[in-house]
Design a protein around this ligand. Structure first.
Ligand SMILES: [Zn+2]
Length: 187
C-alpha cells in the first residue's frame, strides 16, 4: 500500500511540475482570492472552461513561512459551495460517520498519507523544508473533519477515490458546483 501511495504521489507531482503556473494563471487566481497567491507552483485542478479551481502551493512560502495546505481551493463557486455545506452543519455528520464506519475511516487515513506523500515529493523537488509541517496534512485529517474546503481541494486535485469526504462534498454540492459544468463568475 505504501508503494502505491508513493507511486501515486510521484505521478501527481510529475503532472504538477510538467505544467507550472503561468502569469495568466497567477493573475486569475489573484482575482479569485483577492490577494496574490504566494508560493503558487501550479494549477492543480481546473474548471471545464480552463479556469483554476485549486492550486498547488509550495511547502515553504517566500519569506520562509511553512504552509501545510498544499492543495488550496481557489474557485469562488467551489469555495462558496463548501462554505454552504459547512454552514449546514454537515461536518458533524461526517465526523460521526468517521467514528462509525471503519472502511471510511481507513480510506480517510489513506487520503492523509497520500497528501503527505505528495507534499514530501513536492518539497524534495523544490528544495523546501518540511521541518515545521511534518505529519500535518489539511482539513482535520487523518481523524477529524475540520475544513471541507481543504478536503474538496484534495478531491479535485488528486481525483475521485482519493479523499472519501472530499468526494462526499463534491457529490453533495453538484447542483451548485461541479468541475464539469462552468459556472465561473471571476473571468
Ligand atoms: Zn469555468
Amino acid at each position: 500500500m505504501t508503494i502505491d501511495i508513493d507511486a501515486k504521489a510521484k505521478s501527481l507531482v510529475d503532472a504538477v511540475m510538467a505544467q507550472p503556473a503561468t502569469d495568466q494563471d497567477i493573475e486569475l487566481v489573484q482575482r479569485q482570492l483577492g490577494r496574490y497567491p504566494r508560493g503558487m507552483v501550479a494549477v492543480g485542478a481546473r474548471c471545464v472552461c480552463g479556469r483554476p479551481l485549486a492550486v498547488i502551493t509550495r511547502p515553504v512560502l517566500p519569506g520562509g513561512i511553512p504552509f501545510p495546505t498544499t492543495c488550496y481551493l481557489t474557485g469562488p463557486e467551489a469555495v462558496k459551495a463548501a462554505s454552504h455545506v459547512e454552514a449546514a452543519g454537515v461536518m458533524q455528520q461526517y465526523n460521526e460517520m468517521l467514528g462509525e464506519d471503519e472502511e471510511l475511516k481507513a480510506a480517510y487515513a489513506e487520503a492523509h498519507q497520500l497528501y503527505l506523500a505528495f507534499r514530501h515529493e513536492l518539497a524534495a523537488r523544490l528544495g523546501d523544508s518540511e521541518e515545521h509541517i511534518e505529519g500535518t496534512s489539511a482539513g482535520g485529517m487523518p481523524v477529524r473533519v475540520k475544513c471541507l474546503h481543504a478536503l474538496l481541494a484534495q478531491s479535485l486535485v488528486m481525483g475521485p477515490g482519493t479523499n472519501p469526504i472530499g468526494d462526499l462534498v463534491l457529490e453533495r454540492v453538484k447542483d451548485e458546483f461541479n468541475p464539469a459544468v462552468c459556472r465561473c463568475t471571476v473571468l
